[in-house]
Design a protein around this ligand. Structure first.
Ligand code: 5GP
Length: 184
């Protein structure tokens, strides 16, 4: 059992849904809020979904050592995990989750070897493509970009401590609860 769980996995695999389900069931769960240089999507709230920052602000954060890890994701925008909130949460003993990409997960493995790295995998490639299309939040070009990253990410699954296949949400949530030592 680890108190820090790093959740990675390809686009549209359902990481957000799993985290929401876990949070509903376990209000004590702490979920990191990343900084990003991408624009907010409709409905996204600054400080809640992400800290939306400028390129310049992001660069200052990296230079000041404020980020536990960061990466350019989908070849486009930068995303990173503010370090101090993670450390505070772990000191407080709260079960904690970072939802980040594979490059970021590798950095956390180096910086915090006690973290448990969990890869969320789709039941099949076709399921992933149809989820991304069904979500309807990206245009065709952005979907292509995300699927290209997804292919690379799936190849990295073997580097992770655990693989959770998101076929049934209930089963996937139960698996994550077990890894975090949360009761059902
Ligand atoms: P989106 O733009 O759809 O919100 O997120 C795109 C990708 O960025 C997701 O796959 C997510 O895992 C990754 N991501 C979000 N926050 C972070 C972060 O703090 N660090 C890293 N390395 N990746 C992140």
């Amino acid at each position: 059992m680890s108190r820090l769980l790093v959740l990675a996995g390809p686009t549209a695999v359902g990481k957000g849904t799993l985290i929401r389900a876990l949070r509903d069931r376990h209000p004590e769960l702490w979920v990191s809020v990343s900084a990003t240089t991408r624009e907010p999507r409709p409905g996204e709230v600054d400080g809640e979904h992400y800290h939306f920052v400028t390129e310049q602000e992001f660069t200052s954060m990296t230079e000041a050592g404020e980020l536990l890890e960061w990466a350019t994701v989908h070849g486009k925008h930068r995303y990173g995990t503010p370090r101090i909130p993670v450390e505070s949460s772990l000191i407080a003993g709260a079960p904690s989750i970072l939802e980040i990409d594979v490059q970021g997960a590798r950095q956390v493995r180096r910086n915090m070897p006690e973290a448990l790295l969990v890869f969320v995998a789709p039941p099949s490639w076709e399921a992933l493509v149809s989820r991304l299309e069904g979500r309807g939040t990206e245009d065709a070009r952005e979907r292509e970009r995300r699927l290209a990253t997804a292919r690379e990410e799936l190849d990295a699954a073997a580097e992770f401590d655990e693989i959770v296949v998101n076929d049934s949400i209930d089963d996937a949530v139960a698996h994550l609860e077990q890894l975090l030592g949360l009761s059902r």
